[in-house]
Design a protein around this ligand. Structure first.
Ligand SMILES: [Fe+2]
Length: 194
């Protein structure tokens, strides 16, 4: 378990987090509706040949030292559509009007990948969710989040499930190296209109 965040990465998080609004929402697990999940999964399996190594992301590393930690394939039109389709669900959860910030992914994490606890961009990635598309794992690969009281929660997010979370303020990651062939997810991000 990569619990100990390197000092230089922790300093980045501390700086960003200090600029984040605190909404007090926390996090919540939910499900995609079946139709949208089917679409997301078919889009993923249809485009699996198009994935390429993702640029270096400092918080995302691999404990194998030889396997690249992540692959990504960005289909901007598809991502915008997903962001639109999930807009009202995020507004309902957040209890306020939100504007669209962006959708990242789908990303494939490879064996040995881990993601240090971090926070997201304070201007734009304020109300977010992580959605599991597909995975082939030898053991569950938990998403970890620290709630508003500082308590740590490990959550298993199965394909078709999503977790809403306050990404710019609550520290989150996947500090346990992935024991499995791959894990694919996608993120959507929104920000309060005010
Ligand atoms: Fe994040």
């Amino acid at each position: 378990m990569k619990d100990e965040v390197p000092a230089e990465l922790q300093a980045i998080t501390d700086k960003l987090r200090a600029q984040a609004p605190i909404l007090g929402l926390g996090y919540k697990k939910s499900r995609l509706d079946d139709h949208l999940f089917d679409r997301l999964q078919s889009h993923f399996f249809d485009s699996v040949d198009k994935f390429a190594k993702e640029q270096h992301v400092s918080f995302l590393q691999s404990d194998t030292g030889e396997i690249h930690p992540s692959l990504v394939y960005i289909d901007e039109a598809f991502n915008q559509e997903l962001l639109q389709q999930l807009h009202s669900r995020h507004e309902d959860w957040a209890g306020r009007k939100l504007k669209l910030s962006g959708c990242f992914g789908p990303r494939i994490y490879t064996r040995g990948s881990f993601l240090y606890l971090h926070t997201d961009r304070p201007e734009t990635h304020i109300v977010s969710s992580t959605i599991t598309i597909a995975r082939e794992v030898d053991e569950p690969w938990p998403f970890r989040i620290e709630d508003h009281s500082g308590e740590i929660h490990d959550m298993i997010i199965e394909p078709g499930e999503m977790v809403f979370y306050e990404g710019a303020y609550l520290r989150h990651g996947r500090p346990q190296p992935l024991n499995g062939n791959y894990f694919a997810n996608i993120f959507v991000h929104y920000a309060p209109v005010e």
